[in-house]
Write a protein that binds this ligand. Structure first.
Ligand code: PMP
Length: 453
């Protein structure tokens, strides 16, 4: 093929080389700092995915405020790479920064709750509904603990996940569907346990596939995002969530809704906006404004079953909980975020900006005749370099064009706009200005002009 998603390969290569050179040329201080030595870090970076960005070398951040980053060379960059991060409400929200300042004088971590913890619990219920809450430090851990409870109360071994999902580095979610069979995903490092004994993969939007898996009687829980946000974005078809809820009840499996990303869908998350009714609710990342924190909550009926289970459980480790979880810094930031950051006004601004971005990107795609589409849920917008809508993880994977996307991301960055590295996700935060949105639309239009001529 001499084109990729409509873009001639030769032109793509020309643009790639020119944009990579332009990125490098404009960063002498960054290059000097990196030349000072990165070998202390395994493979040169403190976290392996920092190598997966498309630029020739990583951008070093000097400062982040609101929805803007400044790099070491002084470039001011509009930050739309917020949707996969703890900064969905912007960098260092003022009430969270203030909570950190105050708590810093009163101890950073101890193994007891505070009065603020009690208030944070009440705010969680007010915001997300009537659950019995626990704290973790990452959404990965919150999901792992929720799965333990689901297995404990149902006495069943398996977790049903959707092909193409991501729920953190949760073993059970590292499976895929291959020719109708659940298989471990290729590429897992040091994997020994057979994941197909503990997980089953089904396509998103496939209720008959879900029913077939549940009918085995082996499934303790369905673990899903309301919208698949971790591949190219896939929206639920009408009736899908109602069907999941009905089938999970019919077959005695718990429904775990992971709102870690879709909390950007509106006040109370997608669950509140669209009236979902999970047995277990999970969220993390931005829930405490960027202070590493996650939450998971059980409906009263599940909590009661868990209490019965615990009454007969042998003494000893439960396999849940970590030392630094539920520390006073988390409670202070959780309270500040729930009460002062995650407000109706904040969500109204996010929604408005994201609708503007969606329309602007779609217009650019139409203007250049690109065979692409745009998809949005709440504040989260993604352009996809393939026609849509996508219905499931298999279609999402086929729509993903890493070589093309890498060039687009570098083009956008060179025009002052940062978007998420591993897919084409952009998030409009409460502190993202409409001017920033318009600059991103203009940068995207310019990028398409380069690619399509
Ligand atoms: N759940 C979902 C839906 C996620 O997208 C992610 C991270 N991308 C996680 C859980 C895991 O979050 P963390 O990496 O903070 O543990």
């Amino acid at each position: 093929a001499d084109s990729l998603a409509g873009v001639p390969i030769a032109r793509l290569e020309t643009v790639r080389a020119r944009e990579a050179a332009s990125y490098a040329d404009r960063r002498p201080r960054t290059q000097a700092a990196l030349a000072g030595g990165t070998e202390a870090w395994l493979d040169g970076v403190p976290m392996h995915w920092m190598k997966d960005w498309p630029m020739p070398f990583p951008m070093l951040v000097a400062q982040a405020r609101n929805a803007r980053l400044t790099d070491l060379d002084g470039h001011r960059i509009d930050d739309f790479c917020l949707g996969d991060t703890g900064s969905m409400f912007g960098h260092s929200p003022a009430p969270v920064a203030e909570a950190i300042r105050q708590q810093a004088r009163a101890g950073l971590t101890y193994m007891l709750p505070t009065e603020t913890a009690l208030e944070a619990g009440r705010l969680l219920t007010e915001r997300f509904g009537d659950y019995r809450w626990q704290i973790a430090t990452t959404a990965t851990d919150a999901n792992r603990f929720a799965l333990r409870v689901a297995r404990a109360v149902t006495g069943r071994p398996k977790v049903l996940v959707f092909n193409g999902c991501y729920h953190g580095t949760v073993d059970e979610a590292m499976v895929a569907l291959h020719d109708g069979q659940t298989v471990a995903r290729p590429g897992l490092t040091g994997q020994v346990a057979d994941l197909t004994r503990t997980a089953v993969a089904v396509e998103f939007n496939d209720l008959s596939g879900v029913e077939a898996a549940l009918a085995t009687g082996e499934v303790a829980a369905i673990l899903t995002e309301p919208v698949m946000t971790n591949s190219c974005m896939v929206l639920p078809q009408p009736g899908f969530h109602d069907g999941l809820r009905a089938l999970s009840r019919q077959y005695g499996a718990l429904l775990i809704i992971d709102e870690t990303h879709t909390i950007s869908s509106g006040l109370g998350g997608y669950t509140a906006v669209h009236g979902l009714d999970p047995d277990i609710f999970v969220a993390g990342k931005c829930i405490a404004g960027g202070m590493p924190t996650a939450i998971w909550g059980l409906r009263a009926a599940v909590a009661a079953r868990f209490a019965s289970y615990n009454a007969t459980r042998a003494p000893g480790h439960s396999g849940m909980g970590t030392t630094l979880s539920a520390n006073p810094m988390q409670f202070a930031c959780l309270r500040a975020t729930l009460a002062e950051v995650m407000t109706p006004d904040a969500y109204a601004h996010m929604e408005k900006g994201a609708a503007r971005l969606e329309a602007g990107l779609a217009a650019a795609i139409a203007r250049h005749g690109a065979p692409w589409h745009v998809v949005r849920v709440g504040a989260r917008v993604e352009f996809i370099c393939a026609p849509g809508p996508l219905r499931n993880g298999t279609e999402a994977e086929a729509a993903h064009k890493p070589a093309l996307e890498a060039v687009i991301h570098t083009c956008l960055l060179n025009r002052g706009c940062l978007i998420a590295p591993f897919h084409n996700m952009m998030l409009v935060s409460p502190v993202t200005s409409m001017k920033q949105v318009d600059r991103l639309i203009a940068a995207f239009d310019k990028t398409l002009a380069l690619l399509f001529g």
